[in-house]
Structure formats: structure tokens, C-alpha cells
Design a protein around this ligand. Structure first.
Ligand code: SAM
Ligand code: SF4
Length: 329
């Protein structure tokens, strides 16, 4: 029998985001500082077996139907292919959110392990802007990784882009044109207050409405027919389709009421929301011989504290201590 991961507002989490590491080989300036962060010590990071045990509890006892691996950069996790294979064997959908660096070496192995899809981050197709944002001159490697993922059948490949004022905020249409030409599905995400440096500002953020206005200067966008459900992107057909573009208005038009996600950090903490200020420690339970049922019960309780919304616009809003790179986007 499964117990749903329900909260007090009637939402049920079925989509598990698993962060496999807080480390990264890029330094996107809206995510982390140039010098990186104090990475989690190895002994605090879940082992591959611990990660798979928690996922198995989620799937077999708590109704998880979809597992997305993220980070930090999940391709840096040595056991990734094995973790994907063991998760796939549980009969759930698996996907990966990645910066695509090194994907040209692992895409086929990931596809063979049963990975269903990838989402990759790409904020610009100009090498100099890429180097400015990520502080690394690696655009060509990312493009090669995406091509390899396509060749390995890991499509449809979704690209996530964040527009930053004064850096790439004039490149929305160019990025969409490039994505369509290469067969990728682009989605713009509003920048959120989850950077390690706490530099985010509501006033400087590029809004979904601005992105829409820029795109409609050059393309005809019509709302895509299918209902949005719990998917955060507002989806549009581009120039009559079949190409689409998504705009995720996480800040200006929050979709918290439809949220079906729950997150597990690389050090074994359950987070019921990206913006949660409390976490529930499953690692200690795992390492003190708790049974699967006891861990499942802790997880169920962790969901009860989930708030109705992220509250970014509330005067009382406080950014979580953990940055996006350590939560898993
Ligand atoms: N390293 C992988 C990647 O970049 O895809 C996975 C982790 S990254 C934290 C996941 C996603 O979060 C990326 O698409 C990234 O652009 C996005 N992201 C990071 N910081 C963000 C922020 N402050 N606001 C909105 N999106 C952010
Ligand atoms: Fe790394 Fe992803 Fe953060 Fe960029 S957004 S620094 S690729 S974790």
C-alpha cells in the first residue's frame, strides 16, 4: 500500500527531484560566486546505495512516479549511470537536468541505462556571453553534449534559459531561433532569489512579460492547446507550430497551487519546496538503522509543513540558506 506525499493544501507530490552533488564545473553568475562554494564533505553526501534506497522508498511506498536527477552538476557524480539504471528498474520516468558539459561522453550510456529525457541549461549561443555568464569558455562543449544527447535518443531535449539584465536580455529571439533550428524545445525561466551571493533583485529581474514582448517582436506566439496541469511553463506554438516555446513565470505568476514536487538534497535532506526554510533529515535516519517504513513516515511528515506558496512578494520573505546549486533545480 502507498501513502501519498500530501500536504495540508490538497497537493500531492509525485515528482521527485534528486540532487546528486552540489559541485559544478561552471560558475553561472546568477547561481554561484566565481570561487565556488564550500562543497559538501564526502561523508555527508549520500552514497549511491543510500540514494537508491531513498528513491525506492519514494516509489514503492510514497507514490513517486517521476525522478529527475539534478545538482550542482549531476554529470559530475561518478555513479550516475548506475543510479539511473537502478531507478529505471523501479518502473518510473527518469530525467536529468544538466549543463551538458561532458554529455558527449556519457549520453549513450545514460540512454542505455534507461534515462528518458534531459533538460539542459543554455542561456546564450554567443561564446563571449556564455563565458561572461558561466565564467568558463565552454560553449562548444555544451553544444557537442546536446548533439550527443540528441543522437542517443534522449529527446525531446528541453533547454532552460535565464535572461539577465544587461548581459543576455536582448538575446531571447536569437536563442529561440537557434533552438528551433537545432530541434530543441526552449523554455525561459524567470530568475529567482536562490543565488548563493544573495544578489537577486526583483527590480532588475527580467520578467515573463518582457520575454513575451521580445519574442512576439519576431515570432507569432499562440497558446499551445494542451492544458498546463502541474507543468510550470506557459507554452506557446511558434509561428503556427510545431515548434513551441515555454515561459516559466516562477516569480511574477507563481504556480505553487499546482506543485507536485518534492526535493531530496545530496546530503539526504527532504525539502518540500525550493524556497523552504526547513528541511527533514533522512540521512541520519538512514544511518541509524531506521526501517524503510520509518523513513517513509518521516518523509510523509516532512510534507505537512509545505507552505501554500513561495511568498517572494511578501515583506517577510527570506531567501533560503541553501542556494539553488545545493538544492537541485
Ligand atoms: N547544473 C545543472 C544545470 O545547470 O542545468 C543542474 C542544476 S541548475 C541549479 C538547474 C537549473 O536552475 C538551471 O537551468 C539553471 O539555469 C537554473 N537556475 C540556477 N539558479 C537560478 C536562479 N537563481 N533562478 C532561476 N533559475 C536558476
Ligand atoms: Fe552549475 Fe547549473 Fe549553477 Fe550553472 S546553473 S553554476 S551549471 S549548477
Amino acid at each position: 500500500m502507498t501513502t501519498p506525499l500530501a500536504d495540508r493544501f490538497g497537493r500531492v507530490a509525485t515528482d521527485l527531484r534528486v540532487s546528486l552533488t552540489d559541485r559544478c564545473n561552471l560558475r553561472c553568475n546568477y547561481c554561484m560566486p566565481a570561487e565556488g562554494l564550500d562543497w559538501l564533505p564526502t561523508d555527508q553526501t549520500l552514497t549511491d546505495d543510500e540514494v537508491v534506497r531513498l528513491i525506492t522508498i519514494g516509489v514503492e511506498r510514497l507514490g513517486i512516479r517521476e525522478v529527475r536527477f539534478t545538482g550542482g552538476e549531476p554529470l559530475l557524480r561518478r555513479g550516475l549511470v548506475d543510479i539511473v539504471a537502478r531507478t529505471h528498474a523501479l518502473g518510473v520516468e527518469t530525467s536529468l537536468t544538466t549543463n551538458a558539459l561532458g554529455l558527449n561522453r556519457t549520453a549513450q550510456a545514460l540512454a542505455d541505462a534507461g534515462l528518458d529525457r534531459i533538460n539542459a541549461s543554455l542561456d546564450t549561443v554567443r561564446p563571449e556571453t556564455f563565458a561572461t555568464i558561466t565564467r568558463r569558455d565552454r560553449l562548444q562543449d555544451v553544444v557537442a553534449g546536446l548533439e550527443a544527447a540528441k543522437a542517443a535518443g534522449l529527446g525531446p531535449i528541453k533547454l532552460n534559459a535565464v535572461l539577465l539584465r544587461g548581459t543576455n536580455d536582448d538575446q531571447a529571439a536569437e536563442l529561440l531561433r537557434w533552438s528551433i533550428d537545432h530541434g530543441y524545445e526552449l523554455r525561459f525561466i524567470e530568475q529567482m532569489p536562490l543565488d548563493a551571493q544573495h544578489d537577486w533583485s526583483r527590480a532588475a529581474m527580467v520578467t515573463a512579460d518582457e520575454i513575451y514582448a521580445q519574442l512576439t517582436d519576431q515570432f507569432t506566439l499562440t497558446p499551445h492547446g494542451e492544458p498546463r496541469g502541474s507543468a510550470p511553463a506557459e507554452l506557446f506554438d511558434v509561428d503556427g507550430g510545431p515548434a513551441t516555446v515555454g515561459i516559466i513565470a516562477s516569480v511574477t505568476r507563481p504556480f505553487c497551487g499546482d506543485c507536485d514536487r518534492v526535493r531530496l538534497t545530496a546530503d539526504g535532506q527532504v525539502r518540500n519546496c525550493l524556497f523552504a526554510r526547513e528541511e527533514s533529515d533522512l540521512r541520519t535516519a538512514l544511518r541509524s538503522d531506521a526501517t524503510d517504513q520509518e523513513i517513509a513516515e518521516r518523509w510523509v511528515i516532512a510534507m505537512l509543513g509545505k507552505r501554500a506558496g513561495h511568498g517572494i512578494d511578501d515583506v517577510t520573505f527570506l531567501q533560503p540558506d541553501r542556494p539553488m546549486s545545493a538544492i537541485g533545480g
